[in-house]
Design a protein around this ligand. Structure first.
Ligand code: ADP
Ligand code: MG
Length: 389
């Protein structure tokens, strides 16, 4: 606006100084103003933004941070959480084992349910589902506490109960029973009563059917695909091999997920993190692009830049594509709008007066409208481009 006004008044002044009549100088100034305001430059970006946001929403991408969206074209490494992200996070209990005679499998399930009813973790949801099927009455817990990335603890029926990860047992130097990991596809949580291992519950989750296809697309585009999970080594390895990932980190705590993101960034990667849980939130915030799975927790959605409404990892491929297309359109519109102004404004000011060419105000008005229409149409073409994928 300032540049347009300055050139306008400058034009008026120059023609007056050159000794032309006031009416002639005024006409030159008006033509410059007509061409410059409203200028296509001002519309070049907002039009593209409006269209790309709408098209993304139609394709299951909720954009909370525009900058991250436009930068998603630079993603070179994708870090995935496992549970609830690459897998459905829909756990079913497959085995309940007791390792202490004093506690039956039903008692182990009953005591655990008191803790798990207060947890929003997919494992907890799976355990509660089983308890309801078995018509077990859930006892009341006292002093409930979630140990982030490790499990839950509370007092139930006068006993101190914990349901925890294998990593927790290792830290406490409690031996993991040999038959706990008879099936690599299972996730196992351990039940401690008054500090002693009483038994364990094995659960199975399913890999999302879209995950494998999504990972193929990323690898084809030379994007590194890694997984960081709080789950045990064996399950992590099984999932990683099944999906053909470039690597995985198992039994990681929430702060370690942040460190993994940082490490990749230090190596020069532009990192996107995808997760669903409370435990993923710090890493989502740290990543260059944080992507939350729609079916996940509110905390993850609050922290992320982009939300996958349909919880489909394949939509990340669209995100990268849309980000690229949007950015290219912005650049195209900027180049066109700048070019138009650079050529038309001097003509309107009358720089070619000596060769007999002077742009009149009426022709200027036609050019101005044309330039805006062209920028708008070019922005609309974005719809065709990313609609086709
Ligand atoms: P992920 O990174 O795969 O989403 P989390 O970091 O949420 O996993 O959890 C890591 C591990 O901690 C789980 O695999 C489980 O062993 C244990 N854990 C976490 N929350 C619970 C819970 N509510 N009940 C039982 N175990 C839990
Ligand atoms: Mg998770």
């Amino acid at each position: 606006t300032y540049i347009a006004l300055a050139i306008g008044f400058g034009t008026l002044a120059v023609w007056l100084i050159l000794g032309f009549p006031f009416v002639y100088a005024l006409e030159r100034m008006v033509t410059v103003m007509v061409i410059a305001c409203p200028h296509a430059l001002g519309l070049a970006i907002p039009l593209v933004v409006a269209i790309s946001t709408a098209v993304s929403a139609q394709n299951g991408l909720l954009i909370r941070n525009r900058t991250a969206f436009e930068e998603s074209r630079k993603i070179s490494a994708l870090l995935f959480d496992k549970t609830g992200t690459l897998t459905k996070g829909d756990f079913g209990v497959t085995r309940i084992e007791s390792v202490k005679e004093a506690y039956s499998t039903e008692e182990i399930l009953r005591l655990s349910s008191a803790l798990e009813q207060s947890s929003e973790h997919p494992i907890a949801v799976g355990i509660i589902k089983r308890v309801k099927e078995d018509n077990i009455t859930i006892p009341k817990p006292e002093n409930f506490n979630a140990i982030t990335g490790k499990g839950v603890e509370a007092n139930v029926d006068g006993k101190q109960v914990k349901v925890v990860s294998p990593g927790y047992l290792r830290d406490e130097k409690i031996t993991i029973p040999e038959d706990a990991y008879s099936d690599a596809a299972e996730t196992v949580v351990f039940v401690l009563i008054d500090g002693q291992l009483a038994g364990y519950i094995a659960l199975a989750d399913e890999i999302r059917p879209e995950s494998a296809e999504a990972i193929k697309i990323f690898k084809k585009n030379n994007i590194k695909v890694l997984m960081a999970t709080g789950d045990n080594e064996k399950t992590a390895k099984a999932v990683s091999e099944k999906l053909g990932l470039d690597g995985y980190y198992a039994e990681v705590l929430p702060h370690q997920k942040v460190e993994i993101v940082e490490e990749l960034q230090n190596k020069g990667d532009f990192v996107a993190m995808t997760g669903d849980g409370v435990n993923d939130a710090p890493a989502l915030a740290k990543a260059d692009v944080g992507i939350a799975v729609g079916s996940g927790t509110d905390v993850a959605a609050e922290t992320a830049d982009i939300i996958l409404v349909n919880s489909n990892p394949q939509d990340i491929a669209n995100l990268i594509l849309f980000g690229k297309a949007t950015y290219n359109k912005m650049i195209q519109n900027l180049i066109w709008a700048t070019g138009y102004n650079v050529v038309a404004i001097p003509l309107a000011a009358g720089v070619l007066y000596s060769s007999g060419f002077v742009l009149g105000p009426a022709v200027g008005a036609v050019f101005m409208s044309l330039s805006t229409i062209i920028v708008a149409i070019n922005a609309q073409l974005l719809k065709r481009k990313i609609g086709k994928k």
